[in-house]
Design a protein around this ligand. Structure first.
Ligand SMILES: [Zn+2]
Ligand SMILES: [Zn+2]
Length: 251
């Protein structure tokens, strides 16, 4: 059974008791970590040890999506029971950012801990029964949106995104769309090409015909109730705000 657990749902910086972007996808004993933002791996370890991850996917190089891989690196490096490299599928510039934060001798060990592969739009890969597909996201750094399918179910994670037709196509008919909704109100009041509003996320969900919309990455100053109301009105289907440690069962 395909499962999605929210490990962190805050946008840009941790909130009060709320970690940054991190999502655990599980299916029949397979565990995949989708993004590793600030604090999200504290929640991950309640459920899955680092060494038991089958793969990690990182949507882009912004620290609220990848910085906890530094901690994961140290944990795995000194864990005598790992016995293998953990596959890491990351958008362009993630590897450079993370290794740049380590001293030069330690940076070389990064590739002994992680089996890094850069991913981009159009890539497709299989991780122990999970089928993954990537699309280009509209954002200010190279970013992928990810579709994951298993057991006849599908979920799509926008990554940070200003929306657009590629995200709609990737999300077409998905059972669950985990979509960023950083802001509320009129999109014209926010810089273009960076993030979505609640209305924007709802419009993506409606155009793609998804079964459920889960809103994440709300900025700290964003009115959560307003985002939910706007997205729900634009989508017209089941809409939730992501909450840390909540699990969705896709049955
Ligand atoms: Zn972000
Ligand atoms: Zn970002």
């Amino acid at each position: 059974m395909l499962e999605l657990t929210i490990l962190g749902s805050a946008g840009s910086h941790p909130g009060v008791g709320r970690a940054c972007s991190g999502y655990l996808v599980r299916n029949d004993g397979t565990a995949l970590l989708l993004d590793a933002g600030n604090g999200s791996t504290a929640n991950l370890q309640r459920l899955v040890a680092y060494r038991d991850l089958d793969a990690i996917v990182i949507s882009h190089r912004h620290v609220d999506h990848c910085i906890d891989l530094i901690g994961a690196f140290y944990a795995l490096r000194f864990d005598p029971e790992v016995g293998r490299r953990i596959p890491l599928y990351a958008a362009a510039e993630v590897h450079g950012l993370l290794t740049g934060l380590l001293s030069s001798d330690t940076a070389m060990a990064f590739d002994e801990v992680f089996d890094h592969h850069e991913v981009a739009a159009g890539d497709h890969l299989e991780v122990d029964g999970l089928s993954l597909r990537f699309a280009a996201s509209v954002h200010v750094a190279p970013t992928v949106s990810t579709r994951i399918e298993a057991a006849g179910r599908s979920l799509v994670y926008s990554g940070d995104s200003a929306g657009g037709p590629d995200l709609v196509e990737l999300a077409r008919g998905a059972d669950l769309l985990l979509c960023e909704a950083t802001w509320a109100g009129d999109p014209a009041d926010h810089p273009p090409g960076v993030h979505l509003t609640g209305t924007g996320a709802g419009e993506i969900a409606r155009a793609a015909g998804v079964g459920r919309l889960v809103l994440t990455h709300l900025a700290g100053a964003t009115d959560r109730a307003q985002v939910l109301a706007e997205a729900s009105a634009a989508f017209g289907g089941p809409t939730d705000l992501a909450e840390d440690l909540h699990t969705y069962l896709l049955v």
